[in-house]
Write a protein that binds this ligand. Structure first.
Ligand SMILES: NCc1[nH]cc(CCC(=O)O)c1CC(=O)O
Length: 308
């Protein structure tokens, strides 16, 4: 019996579309049907419309997901493809993450003008990023550099380095790879200095919690190691009540039955960092992440709110 046609919802950015086509091809392959079996519906989100301000200043979580959630709940689509990094920790009760593709390389790529590394940039050079985490991590290594808000899609950002408007930027290697732009990275940043955002490099697929048919169809696209790593990272973020206003990094890896976790919270100017590390059983992923998050909450002098 062939599965019923499922409608896939996605944002319209080049990266979102590339990720959606990966999911669509994998679904078609897993079920032995053509890709046309899975029509794609492009849905504009609030986050797509804000180009001039930092998302951190725009208030509210789920800027890239709310409209997709509503389309799912209303039945206009059956599943939605997301960068896990953009998925808020608290989803509407009607929605669950029913699929994770095997995680890509989680590292940040560095794109420096004339190939300059972070160490080679002259004092006062300008690094563009929209990420508070990346800005804080850059400042931590090079307090003398300036950081400036940089939004827009990946092509726009790369263009600003090329034109000399900024001296460097950082982007997820995973996104560059999926866009066929990995060769634009002039360096890969070490995980020890630039641990990634929670969820970076992982594509998550949401569905209606009560839609057993779609959930079963997505089962072949649920990578266990990625799901466990993400459970730890998302529990960490949730314990910290992590909004996009706080520089937070969290990274879990799963090897066999064991899970390792590293998390850090930084002051926006990189002048202070609180770190935590855990090892434990992979099946305890969510507990390990929550425990690590709670440890940091207790260390912060004025709680998470004190960092904003
Ligand atoms: N917030 C934007 C966003 N969401 C996911 C990715 C990259 C892809 C991924 O992490 O899987 C990016 C761009 C970037 O950070 O460079």
């Amino acid at each position: 019996m062939t599965i019923k046609s499922l409608r896939i919802g996605t944002r319209g950015s080049p990266l979102a579309l590339a990720q959606t086509h990966m999911v669509r091809a994998l679904l078609a392959e897993a079920h032995g049907v053509s890709e046309e079996h899975f029509p794609v519906e492009i849905i504009k989100t609030t986050g797509d419309q804000i180009q001039d301000r930092s998302l951190a200043d725009s208030g509210g979580k789920g800027l890239f997901t709310k409209e997709l959630d509503l389309a799912l709940i209303g039945g206009a689509i059956d599943l939605a493809v997301h960068s896990s990094k953009d998925l808020p920790t608290h989803l509407p009760a009607e929605i669950i993450i029913a699929g994770y593709l095997p995680r890509e390389d989680v590292r940040d790529a560095w794109i420096g003008r004339d190939g300059m590394t972070i160490d080679a940039l002259p004092p006062g050079a300008v690094v563009g990023t929209a990420s508070l985490r990346r800005a804080a991590q850059v400042k931590r290594r090079r307090p003398d550099l300036q950081t400036t808000l940089l939004r827009g899609n990946v092509h726009t950002r790369l263009g600003k380095v090329e034109s000399g408007e900024i001296d460097a930027t950082l982007l997820a290697l995973a996104g560059l790879k999926r866009l066929g732009l990995a060769d634009r990275a002039t360096a890969l940043l070490p995980l020890a200095d630039f641990p990634p955002a929670v969820g970076q490099g992982a594509i998550g697929i949401t569905a209606r919690a009560g839609d057993a048919e779609t959930r079963a169809a997505l089962a072949p696209l649920l990578d266990a190691a990625t799901a466990l790593a993400l459970a730890a990272e998302r529990a960490f973020l949730s314990a910290l009540d992590g909004s996009c206003r706080t520089p937070i990094a969290g990274h879990a890896t799963v090897s066999g039955d064991e899970l390792s976790f590293y998390g850090e919270v930084l002051k926006a100017d990189g002048s202070q960092v609180w770190m935590t590390r855990r090892k434990g059983r992979a099946i305890d992923a969510a507990m390990i992440g929550a425990d690590a998050g709670n440890e940091i909450v207790l260390k912060l002098p004025h709680g998470v709110a004190g960092l904003m």
